[in-house]
Design a protein around this ligand. Structure first.
Ligand code: B12
Ligand code: SF4
Length: 469
């Protein structure tokens, strides 16, 4: 049996708006992991990372008609779900016998609604995918009924059937490494977001799944409320393979929060140092996990940037969002990073349910006084799979339009604010942070030292200036 794994053609402009030249074209980690499992099971596999390769529906269908798969396996977030469905319908028109599978955060958050809304999907895979996919493909291949497969949603006799949830994988190290060997043009054809790399080529990995925190704006649909880890040896093995076989020099660790288990992080750094693996890397962490000794070790092993989800400069806002951090922790984490020579990127959100002009001023003030090297500002988006999704209508004006939920559009306006105010503060924050001599100088220096960033910097500058207006 042949399976084509595809990410929907959600272009950079749809994801990043005017800042498209600064966006990311990294291939989906989910598809790489799932394709590796299908390949191990003996299936013939093709990966089409359409969003990363900038392919439109027509060019994807061309590739699909050449490959002639039995199954089309699509991954999708919420904003990509309409594109995912357009693709599924198009492929069905091409050959009605192709079984279309859909997995990822959106179907996991809203299994029945999604199947009802999108008739072009035959089977939805809910939550973690590898074990379910492997059982499902086996059954489809042997032409056995799929009804007993846990973790799927499908069309029964005129009704949508949602099966029992599948248990999570107990030992993540039993999974094969992501199937980078199946990616056309890997690694040189794929690039990370602007300034999330020091060197090229780059690759993204995950070294854990899930997060034990309960922030009301973060989707828990796939990995639930707990965290599981790949072992340090497994993680180092992936890094070594990327460096030695593919020449990757930059690794983006895309875990929700890399430093939860510090002993493991220490072991990973120790393995990099012991084996003198020449890589630069970055990760995301919670501010309350930042400690000086581990950050020093990370720096020595090649870590140059940590992204912190600080979200707001108002403690009341953080408390209502169940972020479970305080602003003193955030300041302390930035100070430790500065001392250890690791650059920091802060993620902020505007439009929390209790945000007001005063709390947005607090956020602007916090950012301006911080030692952050970079920021990312987005609008509060109550995504399916988050606690906020079901309550958003009571807490403000909520446009439950999945296609618009890219974090760049305003879909939620809390009671204390207006759309104009949110837009105004978004521009103000960015302007106040970036249009400062020290930040401009640091950016010019980074572009000069980073030739890969030059062209994108020039192309992105115009969009950036229009964003600031
Ligand atoms: C890394 C990352 C990115 C990277 C992606 C890099 C890459 N190409 O992989 C970048 C920065 C580009 C990105 C962009 C966006 N992201 Co993002 N991202 C993540 C993050 C942190 C990790 C994703 C990941 O790789 N996980 C590891 C893999 C293995 O897990 P997975 O993707 O869930 O896949 C598993 C299952 O879902 C399932 N599965 C998935 N697809 C399929 C398909 C089939 C056929 C099957 C059988 C199973 C299956 O099996 C997989 C393995 O178990 C998650 C948070 C998280 N913890 O998941 C957010 C997350 C996925 N992103 C999110 C969002 C909102 C976005 C953006 C809209 C934001 C933006 N404007 O930039 C865009 C949308 C991009 C798109 N094309 O749709 C939300 C999605 C919420 C939702 N309801 O959809 C998340 C969950 C963050 C959050 N906590 O709220 N993102
Ligand atoms: S926002 Fe960060 S800390 Fe909060 S639940 Fe999501 S990953 Fe965990």
């Amino acid at each position: 049996m042949k399976i084509a794994f595809v990410s929907p053609p959600l272009g950079l402009a749809q994801r990043y708006g005017r800042l498209a030249p600064l966006g990311s074209s990294m291939p989906s980690i989910a598809l790489l992991s799932l394709a590796a499992v299908a390949k191990k099971e003996g299936f013939e596999v093709l990966i089409i990372p359409a969003d990363s390769m900038g392919l439109d529906r027509e060019r994807i269908t061309e590739r699909i008609s050449q490959f002639q798969p039995d199954c089309l396996a699509i991954t999708s977030t919420t904003p990509a779900i309409y594109e995912a469905h357009r693709l599924a319908e198009r492929v069905k028109r091409l050959n009605n016998k192709i079984t279309t599978l859909i997995g990822g955060h959106h179907i996991s958050a809203l299994p029945r609604e999604t199947m009802r809304h999108f008739p072009g999907f035959d089977i939805g895979i809910v939550n973690e995918g590898e074990l379910t996919l492997s059982e499902l493909l086996g059954r489809l291949d042997r032409k056995e009924p799929i009804e007993p497969v846990k973790g799927i949603v499908f069309r029964g006799d005129g009704e949508i059937v949602l099966n029992d949830t599948r248990e999570f994988i107990v030992d993540l190290d039993t999974l094969p490494y992501p199937a980078w060997e199946l990616l056309e043009g890997f690694p040189s054809s794929y690039y990370p977001p602007f300034f999330r790399f020091k060197r090229m080529p780059a690759a993204a990995i995950v070294t854990s799944r899930g997060c034990p925190q309960q922030c009301i704006f973060c989707s828990k649909a796939v990995f639930g409320n707990h965290i599981r880890f790949f072992g340090a040896e497994y993680v180092f093995g992936m890094m070594e393979l990327l460096r030695n076989r593919y020449g990757v020099k930059e690794i983006l660790i895309e875990d929700d929060t890399f430093l939860v288990k510090k002993e493991r992080a220490r072991d990973i750094c120790a393995l990099i140092l012991k084996n003198r693996l020449d890589i630069s890397w970055s990760c995301l962490a919670r501010v309350d996990d930042a400690e000086e000794d581990i950050l020093r070790l990370m720096k020595r092993s090649g870590c140059w940037q940590i992204g912190f989800g600080i979200e707001s400069g108002s403690q009341e806002v953080l408390d209502l969002a169940k972020k479970n951090i305080n602003l003193a922790d955030a300041r302390r984490a930035m100070e430790i990073a500065r001392k250890t020579g690791i650059s920091t990127k802060g993620f902020f959100i505007l439009g929390f349910p209790n945000d007001t002009p005063a709390t947005l001023e607090d956020t602007a003030g916090f950012i301006r006084e911080s030692s952050l090297s970079d920021i990312s500002v987005s609008f509060m988006t109550p995504m399916p799979g988050t606690e906020l999704y079901s309550r958003a209508g009571e807490l403000g004006r909520f446009d439950d339009n999945w296609e618009k939920m890219s974090l760049l559009n305003i879909v939620f306006i809390p009671k204390g604010l207006s759309r104009e105010q949110l837009k105004k503060y978004s521009r103000l924050l960015v302007r106040r942070f970036y249009l400062r001599p020290k930040v401009i100088f640091a950016y010019i220096l980074r572009v000069i030292l980073n030739p890969f960033a030059c062209v994108r910097a020039v192309r992105g500058l115009w969009g950036f200036l229009r964003e600031c207006r």
